[in-house]
Ligand binder design. Structure first.
Ligand code: NAP
Length: 233
């Protein structure tokens, strides 16, 4: 069975990607998030005519992870063919007022969680495995920058640098690492941060592309930071 671990599977792009992958029988999605009810809904959909794949719920707060419990949960489903570090946090607040606690909160989930998972899973991938880190155009060098997003954009910029470096460190393992710098996608995160803004694509359209990239992109890209945006820059 082909197994993918997706963080942030309870809503938005992570949920949509989980469902896209579950369209294939023979695929098992390990979906991690804090919202137990949302994960249970995915479990209920799995194995249906539309979604013949398997969904395994991992109800964890990734910023307060008990690594032993997490490893025990994961072990029966290893090895992984892919990992999508998708869980993220955006707080839109001017630099002058945002306190250090919020900076740390954002970096904890957007940067240190992917770092922690890659470290924990260093021997858990098939040869030919693929890690996709979900970055943002906000963290893409040379893109337009926006007020209120200093911490978020800095965390995503750090994730791009980490992705490029890990691809090199793991070249001999045969595990590819890429980072997708996503432009705006209509999700709860976007709606909360920028009420009224209409993104050019929704989470299902994004998931369609993410599925292709996760399952096929490793043949074409490694150590790359790819802007996935219709504009900017
Ligand atoms: N939407 C956009 O326009 C856009 C643009 C560029 C990049 N991105 C990036 O794309 C990714 C997905 O974004 P989205 O718009 O789909 O966001 P979203 O709708 O807010 O979903 C975020 C997901 O992350 C999970 N999550 C957050 N903190 C977590 C924690 N401590 N432990 C476990 N899971 C946690 C949430 O699940 P629970 O709350 O259930 O834990 C949720 O499933 C993020 O990394 C975001 O920065 C989004």
């Amino acid at each position: 069975m082909t197994t993918y671990l997706i963080t942030g599977a309870s809503r938005g792009m992570g949920r949509a990607l989980a469902l896209e992958l579950m369209r294939d029988a023979g695929v098992r999605v390990l979906g991690v998030a804090r919202n137990k009810v949302a994960l249970r809904k995915l479990e209920e959909l799995a194995g249906s005519e539309t979604y013949p794949g398997v969904f395994i719920a991992g109800n964890f707060d990734l910023t307060e992870l008990d690594e032993d419990i997490f490893q025990d949960w994961l072990r029966p489903y290893l090895p992984l063919t892919g990992l999508v570090n998708n869980a993220g946090l955006l707080i839109n607040e001017p630099f002058d007022s945002m306190d250090e606690r919020k900076w740390k909160e954002i970096f904890e989930i957007n940067l240190f969680t992917p770092v922690k998972l890659c470290k924990l899973l260093q021997n858990s991938f098939v040869r030919g495995g693929h890690i996709v880190n979900i970055g943002s155009m906000g963290g893409f060098q040379g893109s337009s920058k926006y007020n209120g997003l200093a911490a978020y954009s800095a965390s995503k910029a750090a994730l791009t640098g980490f992705s490029e470096c890990l691809a090199e460190e793991w070249r001999n393992k045969g595990v590819g690492v890429n980072c997708l710098a996503m432009g705006a996608v209509q999700t709860e995160m976007l709606e909360t941060a920028f009420p009224g803004y209409e993104a050019p694509i929704n989470d299902e359209e994004a998931a369609d592309f993410l599925k292709w990239f996760l399952t096929k992109g490793k043949r074409f890209f490694n150590g790359k930071v790819l802007p996935v945006a219709l504009q900017n820059p």
